[in-house]
Design a protein around this ligand. Structure first.
Ligand SMILES: Nc1ncnc2c1ncn2[C@@H]1O[C@H](COP(=O)(O)OP(=O)(O)OP(=O)(O)O)[C@@H](O)[C@H]1O
Ligand SMILES: [Mg+2]
Length: 386
């Protein structure tokens, strides 16, 4: 998806991919096959490039610092990226910056769980400081004993552990911004993210029924964090809207993010183009939404891949929902794996204030994504009956 944006900007990409059938390698002629932990592969991919950027945050900071020392323009720079790589570093920095966050503690011994449980009233989330994604490395513990067990297991494996209070929330939001080295910032409207089993399944853009003061506070927070941390590129600030109506920062991502996939069809500038503009230090693009609401639904691999081919599923989808904008990633179908997404844009004459209008757009997006992953219509429609 970044490559699509690069083409439109007249730029070429060289991609570091773990294997020739990785999604990015499939669509890029200039590929280095290698691990993101291999210094030599990183040097080869950076050779002669105007900038080096990322679609995940797992490249070790020490290797990135070596590249910087060798003159490579790493964007975002390693000292900023660290806050998306290590949740303990992120929590401490956000606390120092006075950003709103849940109560937290590092656990260096399983007994630390008991002290923290006493402080927060027993409801604990245990997280690995590093390496988590799609809810992996996150345990919403049912009781203190479970939190202690999980902590003990991680510590035994030599993994640093973050304890957080379990936040009572109304919903999850995401503030997506971009920042360029010149210092320009741009914010898209704050969106609502819907998670199931720790995985984002749906995004509603903008977030419906969000207090305008809270929405602008979230945007300002995103821009401020991008500035304070020295981010270059897209920054996603994952937020909780608490039951009391406050914002708390969950975590940070410094790359195009799932909560920004709606921008590919629903905003004047997509997050992929914006990321490249920022990395190349171009002026940033306009972020206005083009419809009252856009809904993104992820296509997640079904428990059992349908017998119908994806080609045939697409055929039937477009016959029924010609307006669905489909983005497939060229990944094999595996249960729960993000293999694509669908964007549906609401009619121009609708209103975000109208719950029925928003619900109808959500229903179409979710129905389309479910059809693509399961080969089943959520409403029992029979594609051959008419
Ligand atoms: N302190 C908390 N209180 C309540 N729920 C939480 C808390 N922390 C995380 N969660 C839930 O777990 C989900 C995953 O947590 P988090 O975003 O930290 O993990 P991740 O695996 O790094 O995520 P991602 O898929 O965004 O990379 C959150 O979206 C939220 O639904
Ligand atoms: Mg997250």
């Amino acid at each position: 998806m970044t490559h699509q944006a690069a083409i439109a900007l007249g730029q070429t990409l060289r991609v570091l991919a773990a294997a020739p059938d990785d999604p990015a390698a499939q669509v890029t002629p200039d590929v280095v096959i290698g691990a993101h932990t291999d210094a030599d592969a990183l040097r080869r991919v950076a050779q002669g490039a105007a900038a080096l950027t990322f679609d995940h945050e797992h490249v070790p900071a020490e290797l990135l610092r070596e590249l910087v020392a060798a003159g490579v323009n790493v964007a975002p720079p390693p000292q900023a990226l660290l806050h998306a790589q290590d949740k303990l570093v992120m929590r401490r920095r956000l606390r120092d910056l006075g950003a709103p966050i849940p109560r937290f503690a590092e656990a260096t011994d399983p007994s630390d769980v008991d002290a923290f449980a006493a402080e927060v009233g027993g409801r604990i989330v245990v997280k690995t400081a590093r390496g988590g994604y799609d809810g992996r490395g996150v345990t919403l513990a049912t009781d203190v004993a479970e939190a202690r067990d999980v902590t003990a297991r991680y510590l035994a494996d030599g993994v640093a552990v973050l304890l957080e209070e379990r936040v009572d929330m109304r919903r999850e939001l995401s503030a997506l911004v971009a920042r360029s080295p010149f210092g320009q910032g741009a914010a898209w409207p704050v969106v609502q993210t819907v998670q199931r089993d720790g995985i984002c399944v749906e995004v509603i853009a903008p977030a419906p029924a969000l207090d305008p003061d809270l929405a602008s506070a979230a945007e300002r927070l995103g821009l401020r964090l991008a500035e304070e941390l020295g981010v270059v590129g897209v920054l996603a600030v994952e937020l909780f809207e608490t039951s009391g109506g406050e914002l708390l920062v969950n975590e940070l991502a410094m790359r195009p993010h799932n909560s920004g996939h709606w921008t590919m069809n629903g905003a004047l500038t997509s997050q992929f183009e914006q990321h490249l503009r920022a990395v190349l230090d171009y002026p940033l693009g306009a972020t206005a939404p083009i419809a009252p609401v856009t809904v993104m639904a992820n296509v997640l691999g079904a428990p059992r891949a349908p017998e119908m081919s994806m080609d045939e599923r697409l055929h039937h989808l477009f016959a029924r929902l010609p307006e669905a904008a489909v983005h497939l990633y060229g990944k094999a179908e595996r249960p729960g794996r993000k293999i694509g997404h669908v964007n549906v844009i609401g009619a121009a004459n609708g209103s975000l204030e109208d719950p029925a209008y928003v619900a109808e757009v959500r229903e179409r997006a979710v129905r389309a994504a479910h059809w693509l992953s399961h080969g089943e219509w959520t409403d029992g429609w029979n594609e051959h009956a008419r």
